[in-house]
Design a protein around this ligand. Structure first.
Ligand code: PLP
Length: 454
């Protein structure tokens, strides 16, 4: 149990003892964060009792909101029955087996197996291991290079961060030598005078060009998020994925769809690959699979890959103590029950998704909004001083952080990625709650405009 402390005491202890992820430790010590002490529905509350509408669903994970007693009950029941056992050494457990079967049934038909991890990062490490094993067993040991994209986020282990496309992160460690990056399809930043459709084709063909330069016989896989989330919610132009699919179909390269953010209804289909009609050989999932209530991730493995790696003998030397943890799997089964019972995919596709996109697009009328993007229950806006020239509010893209603070003042959690403000709200939101969120965002945009004298 935690003890009773004042907010100030919590903050002091936090800065003295706790190193936070993706945080400037020096500046955090001087400017400590909010201590979140409880949550309900779509709201979080800090130790001062201040309420915030959490438009990020935690970290893109609590898609069904914070009040889901059935998940808590399933976790509690599993605690009584079997709080832990591993899946190594000829053992399995009932929730893990049931979840594996359930996931195969709700994912696209090519997927026949699942490998469980605790996180999206570990799942992407697992992808690298599966890809290597697949090509070795196919007697193609030259196929080693994995292609990814700039501004991709695939996690934070050495391997997953190598797949990710952030130069500032790569500067802090030695990346894997066999991972290469091509440019991401961010039309607003890089499209120049091209139409979105022209840019989508051009961006896709960068993949074709790189594969052909490297030689198909040396390229093992291409990994991509359907929509790049942490990179700023980069929704690709409509022409992008069909052209990438053509390029991949013509070549013998594995395709990994990283669905850690897009999975489980966020884009209006159960998975982002269904929204964009792509056919991944491997698919990464995590986050919303347990509604964020337990750490769980994994890789869906297609028959193409599974048939190769299961047909030959020899141990696959990879796995985690908590792979297929019974409590995490019980939480996932309860989460999937709710997604199905409440028709969440249909709700996002035909109800709240279109409503959010309509209201979100209206923000483009605001004087400092240069561009809006979104699909389903995900969106981003670009902050600018001049819509015509796309000039930013300040040269080093700090306006996002300024706008984020105004959001907090207005009781709204929105995330800033450079000068993109992004949201990933709960799929269970009502239209009225979406209206409230847009009102809060508009106030924060007004204050940001005033701050920059626009
Ligand atoms: C697309 C994507 N892949 C992988 C990850 C890593 O997941 P985790 O933080 O669970 O390791 C994330 C996390 O945000 C993500 O957005």
């Amino acid at each position: 149990m935690t003890s009773a402390r004042t907010t100030k005491q919590w903050q002091t202890l936090d800065t003295q003892r706790h190193l936070h992820p993706f945080t400037d430790f020096n500046s955090y010590a001087k400017n400590p964060g909010r201590i979140i002490s409880r949550a309900e529905h779509i709201y979080i509350y800090d130790t001062d009792g201040t309420e915030f509408l959490d438009a990020m669903s935690g970290l893109w994970c609590c898609s069904l909101g914070y009040s889901q007693p059935e998940i808590a009950a399933a976790v509690n029941a599993q605690f009584q029955q079997l709080p832990y056992y591993n899946n190594f050494f000829q053992c399995s457990n009932e929730p893990a087996v049931e979840l594996a079967d359930r996931l195969v049934k709700i994912t696209p038909e090519q997927f026949t197996h699942v490998f469980f991890t605790n996180s999206g990062s570990e799942a992407n490490d697992t992808n690298i291991r599966l890809i290597r094993r697949y090509w070795d067993l196919k007697s193609q040991p030259k196929k080693r290079i994995i292609l990814a994209r700039t501004n991709a986020y695939h996690g934070s282990t050495i391997a997953a961060a190598s797949l990710g496309g952030f130069a500032s992160v790569h500067d802090q460690f030695e990346t894997l030598p066999y991972v290469q990056h091509i440019a991401d399809p961010n039309w607003y930043n890089s499209g120049g005078d091209m139409t979105g459709d022209e840019f989508g084709i051009a961006a896709a063909r960068k993949l074709e060009k790189r594969i052909d330069e490297l030689g198909e016989e040396n390229v093992a896989a291409f990994i991509a998020e359907p929509i790049q989330g942490a990179g700023g919610v980069i929704v690709p132009p409509d022409t992008y994925w069909p052209e990438v699919s053509r390029i991949l179909k013509e070549r013998d390269i594995l395709f990994v769809s990283d669905e850690v953010i897009c999975g489980f209804a966020r884009t209006g289909s159960m998975f982002g690959c269904q929204t964009y009609n792509t056919e991944p050989d491997l698919m990464t999932f995590a986050k919303a699979v347990t509604n964020g209530f337990q750490p769980l991730g994994g890789v869906m493995v297609s028959d193409k890959v599974a048939s190769v790696i299961t047909s030959s003998g020899g141990e696959f030397g990879h796995g985690f103590t908590y792979s297929g943890h019974p409590i995490a799997c019980a939480a996932a089964l309860a989460t999937l029950d709710i997604i199905e019972r409440d028709n969440i995919v249909e709700r996002v596709a035909n109800n709240v998704g279109p409503y959010l996109q309509k209201r979100w697009t209206e923000l483009s009328n605001h004087p400092i909004v240069g561009h809006t993007r979104g699909i389903g229950m995900i969106g981003s806006i670009e902050l600018v001083r001049n819509k015509a020239t796309r000039e930013r509010l300040e040269p080093d893209q700090n306006a996002g952080a300024v706008c984020r603070e105004f959001c907090i003042e207005n009781g709204l959690v929105m995330r800033a990625v450079g000068d993109s403000m992004i949201i990933s709200p709960q799929l269970i939101m009502s239209h009225e709650e979406i209206d409230t969120m847009i009102e809060q965002a508009t106030k924060a945009l007004d204050q940001t405009a005033q701050h920059y004298a626009v």
